[in-house]
Design a protein around this ligand. Structure first.
Ligand SMILES: [Zn+2]
Length: 494
């Protein structure tokens, strides 16, 4: 690739980092890749960041497919990793080879910083590649074998393995951990309050827990049985063993609390609006900040009560007009009480009106001029032929390939480079198109992007509530204001 401004060759690449939850460091991988790219004269134009997945499950495949498509389109030509295991650690060597071949036949290459020979198209390079890939599969298998041995020691010790609910912890040395409840009084209190119908949300607030965590604690059978059923599955075989603990509550109380949970779940708990619903206006829920406390505002729909508050007579419940109410801050979900809530519909209409009629172009980072990618394609074809030349025994095929190679070389010699230039270019889609075609997730993404870049706030003017866009909440450099980054290389400008 050639950058027109500099008049020199500037290659474009993408960085690929993968971190397992809580173990490896994304920032350090990025630093290493960036420094190495500078040395190679490569500009990294895109990052793939994969989180929380173990590569041995093959979950990185969609990202790799995307990279292959980008390379085929000529967006960049190299994929940079710190080591090939970031790319793939599955045990399926055929699938790994397929990805490598796909990247190469798309005209691209893999740059593995710790394995300089990785992904080279020459014969020796291919051997190194296969060895490296095999090593990754072995590493994955070895990790599993080691884990399995550890688990078997845990089983033989009848020690604890597996998740524990809130207020439970383990102590002791590795492979011989003992689980115990660290606050029996709190656990007993929670059981008693659930048994007497206190709500999970209330308890969550009292103990700083998510309602789900309260539920998991109530469901934890060892609280009354004194036995944790531990299990581990390896190659389709499940090992189970019992780990003994000190029980915390009486069986009668355990059963009462669990019965309350069962009853609450089977009751016709129809969705009454609010956060997790796919209601027509769900995209506004949790987007705007509370003007009083800065917490998040949510749409509450709800029904009128089934009984009259004064007379106690039954009434037919009617839907209430949806309101925007303060939901406070994340875990505690307590309304501040200062902001009383406003009708949601006018706000929804205003926001929808702004986006649904905005004819601003959506832009994408793409090539606007240049043919250097064609030359790259010729190079790639040549490399492919050279790789195949060393593998074929068939004379006719050899003759064909040599002729093909000559033809490609001739085309390369006469090739006139028109420099590539990359910029944000219109995709043909407008903000309105994207909004109108998008589902709730797309709409929320657009709202959040605008809020981040321009600011978007609920404001009161002469007793009427409205939405003000362009009131940047955070201070940022002037040149960044005006561009709304939608992610995936898309943006729009004011
Ligand atoms: Zn508030």
């Amino acid at each position: 690739m050639v950058d027109s401004r500099m008049g020199v060759h500037v290659a474009l690449g993408a960085g690929f980092v993968r971190v397992s939850t809580g173990s490896q460091d994304e920032a350090s991988q990025i630093k290493v890749i960036e420094a190495d790219a500078v040395e190679r004269g490569v500009t990294i134009v895109k990052w793939f960041r994969l989180h929380g997945y173990s590569a041995s499950h093959g979950t990185q495949e969609p990202a790799l497919r995307e990279a292959i498509e980008d390379i085929a389109r000529g967006d960049y030509s190299t994929l940079h990793v710190t080591e090939s295991s970031r790319l793939d650690r599955r045990e399926d060597l055929d699938a790994q080879a397929e990805i490598l071949l796909a990247i190469r036949s798309a005209g691209g290459d893999i740059v593995s910083i710790s394995e300089p020979q990785f992904g080279r198209t020459d014969f020796a390079g291919r051997l190194v590649t296969l060895v490296a890939q095999y090593g990754n599969a072995e590493k994955s298998r070895k990790v599993k074998d080691d884990t399995y041995r550890g688990i078997m020691m845990i089983r033989d010790n009848r020690a604890h393995h597996g998740p524990l609910p809130a207020f439970w912890t383990t102590e002791g040395v590795r492979y011989a951990k003992q689980a115990r409840c660290k606050d029996p009084a709190a656990v007993v209190d929670i059981y008693q309050r659930v048994a007497s119908d206190d709500s999970l949300a209330n308890l969550g607030r009292a103990y700083d827990l998510y309602p789900t965590s309260v539920k998991n604690l109530i469901r934890f059978a060892a609280n009354h049985t004194g036995v944790v059923e531990c299990s581990y599955t390896y190659r389709g075989q499940t090992e189970t063993w019992a780990h003994e603990v000190e029980p915390v509550v009486e069986s009668a109380l355990w059963w009462r609390a669990n019965k309350v949970l069962d009853a609450n779940m089977s009751e016709s708990r129809v969705n009454k609006g609010g956060r997790p619903v796919a209601s027509p206006s769900n995209w506004i829920s949790g987007i705007l900040d509370c003007p009083a406390c800065g917490g998040k505002l949510f749409v509450h729909a709800g029904m009128t009560p089934a009984r009259d508050a004064r007379s106690g007579k039954p009434r037919v419940p009617k839907p209430r007009p949806p309101k925007l109410r303060c939901g406070g801050h994340t875990k505690r979900r307590l309304s501040c009480g200062e902001f009383k809530g406003i009708e949601a519909k006018p706000i929804i209409d205003v926001v929808a009106g702004i986006f649904a009629s905005d004819s601003t172009d959506i832009l994408a980072f793409q090539r606007v001029t240049g043919n250097a990618h064609e030359l790259d394609e010729l190079h790639a074809e040549l490399r492919k032929i050279q790789a195949r030349l060393s593998a074929t025994e068939d004379d006719d095929e050899l003759d064909n390939m040599i002729a093909e190679r000559k033809a490609i070389k001739a085309r390369m010699e006469g090739f006139l480079i028109v420099p590539d230039r990359f910029d944000y270019a219109p995709t043909g889609q407008t903000v309105a198109d994207m909004w109108n075609a998008g589902d709730d997730t797309v709409k929320r993404g657009m709202l959040l992007a605008v809020k981040r870049s321009w600011g978007m706030a609920l404001v009161e003017r002469e007793g009427l509530w409205g939405v003000a866009i362009g009131v940047a909440a955070e201070k940022r450099p002037v040149d960044e204001i005006g561009i709304v980054d939608l992610g995936n290389g898309l943006c729009f400008r004011r």
